[in-house]
Write a protein that binds this ligand. Structure first.
Ligand SMILES: [Zn+2]
Length: 169
């Protein structure tokens, strides 16, 4: 479980353990502006955020094993943190990426449903299918489900909230 730390944006990263980061920051061997990421993560953030000295948005997510709601910081995305209920180690999801995925799939489903419904209304494709039949209702359901999915994705990032070190106590 190692971290990579670089003193500035263009500096060469060095491997660190969490304890080592704390010690070196206290000893002023690392500047507060130093950047850090876990070796499992693909994005950098500040050492102050890691150590809880600077507020970081946090969000709720569900343990994929026992479905308990858990809270993680945005900088924990990609890490495996212990679930307080079942003790397993679910990975912290990237809710912003999930939200984009939901918006795209929901938007495409709704657009497809609208297209088919409009086409069928003006030019019934198989003439045996009457307007208002189950065929139409199926696509109206697809539109509603798509819009609902889109809305869920659109509203997800608003679940992020800034958390300061004082709040977590
Ligand atoms: Zn769990």
């Amino acid at each position: 479980m190692g971290y990579l730390v670089k003193a500035s944006f263009n500096a060469e990263p060095r491997a660190y353990a969490l304890e080592g980061i704390k010690t070196d920051v206290e000893a002023k061997l690392l500047p507060a502006t130093a950047l850090v990421r876990h070796e499992k993560q693909g994005f950098w953030y500040s050492v102050d955020q890691l150590l809880g000295k600077e507020p970081v948005p946090s969000f709720r997510y569900r343990c994929k094993h026992c479905k308990t709601w858990l809270i993680a910081r945005k900088i924990d995305v990609g890490l495996q943190l212990p679930c307080e209920k079942c003790g397993k180690m679910p990975k912290v999801p990237n809710i912003e990426r999930e939200a984009r995925f939901m918006m795209v799939t929901g938007g495409v489903s709704a657009a497809l449903g609208i297209l088919v419904t409009v086409c069928h209304y003006y030019a019934p494709l198989p003439s045996a299918i009457a307007v208002g039949s189950r065929f139409n209702l199926g696509f109206i359901f697809l539109i509603l489900a798509g819009l609902f999915q889109f809305y869920q994705g659109w509203s997800r990032p608003s679940q992020l909230r800034l958390k300061t070190p004082q709040d977590s106590k």
